[in-house]
Design a protein around this ligand. Sequence first.
Ligand code: PLP
Length: 316
Amino acid sequence: MTVYRGIDELIGETPILDVSQLSPNPNVQIFAKLEGSNPAGSVKDRIAKAMINDAEARGLLTPGQTIIEPSSGNTGIAMAMIASQRGYPIIVVVPESVSVERRQLLEIFGAEIIFTPGEQGSNGSVRVARQMADENPDWAFLYQYGNDSNPRAHYETTGPEILRDVPDISHFVAGLGTSGTLMGVGSYLKEIKKSVQIWAVEPPSGENVEGLRSLDDGFVPPVFERWGGQDLLDRKMIVRPRESIECARLLVKEAGLFAGISSGAALAGCRKAAARIESGVIVFVVCDYGWKYLSTGAWTSDLDSATASTEKIIYF
Ligand SMILES: Cc1ncc(COP(=O)(O)O)c(C=O)c1O
């Protein structure tokens, strides 16, 4: 048995679950990479660790320095977990419409929370965090949307784990938020196995699926541009909030997997992909589990009110 010396040593090496019973095509397998199994509960543990390690190594983050980050949740929670262990005060700027579970997790890990107007979404939080960072040059602003350690963490860890565990992968499907997952995993897979298709899941412009953003809403993350996102992505699939919830419910019913709503969106994308191709092996990312979304009623309310409630809450 391995004894781990710090919580951040538990990040990564997540399991993969075969959920092919949810494939509409018997010649297409669907595998779920369970990133909710990371210690702070999401795929963002990987990038939080990478961004903090990198900033420390480059002398951009020094003992006791305050960190400020705009995040609707998962990145802030993961950074707060690591910051609490390394003695960094952390301020997380979030839209006031984030779920109560996310607020509480940030508080539990000791983050100071600054709220921005809900209707401005995550773009409002980015603006305020950037302004506060400008006004306080002694703070560290690691900025997940523009930090190459974000896609690099996936290039160095998530991508190799997927190819090692599923060498016959034909398609990789993931939601697009900062685009770090798609850029990092996509670059690695294409470099080693050229034939792999990289398909992104986006909500329609103007609609919310937690964790995800539409590039058509006007903000293209700098990491997407720098990592050649336009060329790397083979296809974008639009998934609506209602389908995301339906698929999150299917995952529980058919596979016993209690995944977050962006994972429902990714599964909806996989099912569309499976219906379009003749045969293949699709891997998708379960960014987090369902615990943080219980207050939305996504699994317990009727579908109409669950959809209305998740549309109101901004998670990304
Ligand atoms: C729950 C959830 N799903 C999907 C994503 C998208 O991942 P990425 O930022 O790597 O594009 C995020 C990130 O914001 C997320 O929090």
